[in-house]
Design a protein around this ligand. Structure first.
Ligand SMILES: NC(=O)C1=CN([C@@H]2O[C@H](COP(=O)(O)OP(=O)(O)OC[C@H]3O[C@@H](n4cnc5c(N)ncnc54)[C@H](OP(=O)(O)O)[C@@H]3O)[C@@H](O)[C@H]2O)C=CC1
Ligand SMILES: Nc1nc(=O)c2c([nH]1)NC[C@@H]1CN(c3ccc(C(=O)N[C@@H](CCC(=O)O)C(=O)O)cc3)C=[N+]21
Length: 296
């Protein structure tokens, strides 16, 4: 069997177009421009690339982009003060603080200082609680993007065995919550799990969010499974720098029914969902009808 490709890049483009057309409507009818503030502390080159891409795509969708680049040595107090200003700024509907933060700053403290209604990453404890109890929330962008791809590919997830490899607060745990909400039977595996290949072989849906290049092999995959590869790993091969996922694409594509590529899979969906969340936050802030089809 040869897997079909789940084209996240193309799907993300349709999500961004949908967002852009709704943004145009909000601007024309209500004279409101949705705004996203992105805060980057430090010089991490990968983070700089992501932040630049987010800024470009925000503007392309017709929204306002506010980028705040702070030096590595910025104190926690100064960062908290900046977030307080953004919380109070009516032009800012969404706030994203790029992770990871430098070691002297407590990420939980920073994330929980963002106004929950502006927390477009969905990382604030109150959004975590709202998602896990199935209430209206800001849903984390990467898991939301994965869910959109899965629903588009499979229709219903009800009753399917889903295995999430990875239990981070930003990907694994919220992914598991969303799969559970869609009535999948969910297993969360991690570095202490025994016999990971055997656990993965039970999966109708396998979501890999590990951060280990090409760790998951084709012989761990159930025939016909749907594989979502969240991993973004930069490696050296044949003297070139390449981007690979947490799944060994070549061997997995022989067995799976469908698979997301890296690049061009989950990554572009993450940014599309960030734009969608910013529009949703803007509509909620102004009492406008909730945009349809953009959240979980
Ligand atoms: N496409 C996108 O938009 C995004 C991609 N990513 C990528 O996704 C990947 C995961 O990110 P993130 O969740 O932040 O990473 P973290 O490092 O926070 O979490 C990794 C998880 O994988 C588990 N793990 C590590 N090694 C193993 C192993 N050998 N076997 C089983 N489980 C293991 C860890 O287990 P334990 O808890 O026991 O340590 C942990 O739960 C990375 O490649 C990252 O770059 C992240 C965010 C967005
Ligand atoms: N507060 C916060 N929120 C995040 O959502 C967040 C974060 N911090 N820190 C880092 C991770 C990582 N992340 C990615 C987003 C897009 C791509 C993406 O678009 N990737 C392209 C390729 C990009 C390239 O070539 O480097 C692709 O997969 O096709 C990847 C990774 C968001 N993250």
């Amino acid at each position: 069997m040869t897997a079909s490709l789940i084209d996240g890049k193309a799907f993300a483009a349709t999500v961004r177009e949908h967002v852009a057309s709704l943004v145009a409507g909000v601007k024309a009818e209500h004279r409101i421009t949705p705004g996203l503030a992105v805060v980057l502390v430090g010089e991490d080159p990968a983070s700089q690339v992501y932040v630049r891409n987010k800024g470009i795509q925000t503007v392309e969708a017709g929204m306002a982009s506010f980028e705040h680049k702070l030096p590595t040595g910025t104190s926690e107090a100064d960062l908290l003060a900046m977030i307080a200003r953004l919380n109070a700024d009516p032009k800012v509907h969404g706030i994203l603080v790029q992770l990871p933060l430098p070691g002297h700053i407590d990420p939980d403290l920073v994330i929980n200082s963002i106004a929950p209604a502006k927390d477009v990453d969905g990382f604030h404890v109150s959004n975590v609680g709202l998602v896990s109890t199935g209430q209206k929330a800001m849903v984390p962008c990467t898991p939301l993007g994965c869910l959109m791809l899965l629903r588009d590919h499979l229709g219903s997830l009800s009753g399917l065995n889903a295995v999430v490899v990875g239990r981070s607060n930003i990907v694994g745990k919220p992914m598991a919550q969303l799969l559970l909400k869609d009535s999948a039977t969910v297993t969360i595996a991690h570095s202490r799990s025994r016999d990971l290949p055997e656990i993965c072989r039970r999966a109708d849906i396998l979501v890999a969010a590990v951060g280990r290049p090409e760790m998951i092999h084709g012989d761990w995959i159930r025939l016909g499974a749907t594989v979502i590869d969240v991993g973004i790993n930069r490696i050296e091969r044949d003297g070139k720098t390449r981007l690979v996922g947490d799944v060994d694409f070549a061997s997995t594509a022989q067995v799976a029914g469908a698979i997301t590529p890296v690049p061009g899979g989950v990554g572009p969906m993450t940014i599309a969902c960030l734009l969608a969340n910013t529009l949703t936050a803007c509509c909620r802030a102004h009492g406008l009808p909730e945009p349809e089809g953009l959240t979980a």
